[in-house]
Design a protein around this ligand. Structure first.
Ligand SMILES: [Fe+2]
Ligand SMILES: [Fe+2]
Length: 315
């Protein structure tokens, strides 16, 4: 009999020839582990600590040299490598991303600006790194190591040029558009790494779990901040009471999703991988929505400061 029968890993029971229902079970297990309400609450409440004394979340000890192809579950190596490569291209260049976000945030919430992009001098030299950057900048080397260990070659990263800071005379509207994009990107990363964890085990899965936790950490913080600053827009989107607004967000979500899928060479995927990933997107969103409903204005004011009198029009 198979020595792995009934073996368990970070995503629950391991199945080496998984059916959709078995993978679905693993997705469910992971959302219960990493996206349960208590965990999400802890991640956003952690922000108060980070505003006072920023400290990156530390990773577990990883035995990098033990990464091997046998830790990939029933997924072709080329497909897996294309996904890792696509994720690398999406994660880099983090420095540009953090600095753009910091600029949009500066005038609106200096503490949050510091959290994402640190502190800079007048001449733009960085004197302190943002916590978001400190955590995110570990992702590219981690994915590179997986790739290198599996192929014996260093991946060639395609450095994209992120949209530069381009302010209008309406900083709140600028931040809304920019921030929504950030949230969608973090959310997509959460779903992708979560799904990859269902299809891996051992060291590769352990590495992905670290990336996943970082992305969840950022997603909750950015999402909560968005809810606090733009309560009407966010609630409308969640309840879908405002068809116009929801339509635009859906379109944005769809565009980001399509772009991400192209980067991951989605066209070469088997249909079951596609279904599993879409299922992961739905499951993660469900958890986030459920948590989101617990974020009352009073609760958010405690984290981000008083926002009760602000009415912001982002149209
Ligand atoms: Fe990342
Ligand atoms: Fe991220």
């Amino acid at each position: 009999m198979n020595q792995y029968l009934n073996a368990r890993d970070l995503a629950g029971e391991i199945c080496y020839q998984p059916t959709f229902f078995q993978t679905k079970k693993r997705v469910h297990y992971l959302t219960q582990q990493y996206l349960n309400l208590a965990y999400l609450r802890d991640r956003i409440e952690n922000l108060s600590l980070q505003f006072i004394n920023p400290k990156p979340r530390s990773w577990q000890n990883i035995e990098w040299h033990s990464v091997s192809q046998s830790q990939i579950i029933n997924l072709e190596l080329e497909v897996f490598l294309a996904i890792i490569k696509g994720s690398l291209d999406t994660e880099a260049p983090i420095r540009d991303y953090t600095q753009t976000s910091r600029q949009y945030l500066e005038a609106i919430h200096p503490e949050m600006a510091r959290f994402v992009g640190g502190k800079v001098k007048k001449d733009n030299t960085i004197i302190e790194l943002g916590l978001w950057e400190k955590e995110e900048r570990q992702h590219t080397p981690a994915l590179s190591k997986i790739y290198q260990q599996l192929t014996g070659e260093k991946p060639v990263i395609q450095w994209r040029k992120p949209k530069p800071y381009n302010p209008s005379d309406h900083p709140h509207r600028d931040l809304y558009r920019h921030g929504l994009h950030r949230i969608i990107t973090e959310y997509s990363a959460v779903c992708l790494y979560l799904w990859l964890m269902t299809r891996t085990t051992g060291t590769i899965q352990q590495i992905l779990a670290e990336l996943l936790q970082d992305e969840i950490n950022h997603l909750t913080k950015f999402w909560g901040f968005g809810m606090w600053l733009y309560p009407d827009q966010f609630r409308h989107q969640i309840k879908a009471k405002s068809p116009g607004n929801s339509y635009h967000s859906m379109m944005r979500l769809f565009t980001t999703f399509r772009r991400m899928m192209q980067t991951l060479e989605w066209q070469s995927w088997k249909i079951n991988y596609k279904i599993e990933l879409i299922f992961s997107f739905i499951k993660v969103l469900e958890q986030m929505m459920q948590w989101s409903r617990t974020l009352t204005p009073e609760y958010l004011d405690k984290l981000f400061g008083s926002n009760s009198t602000q009415v912001i029009n982002v149209k």
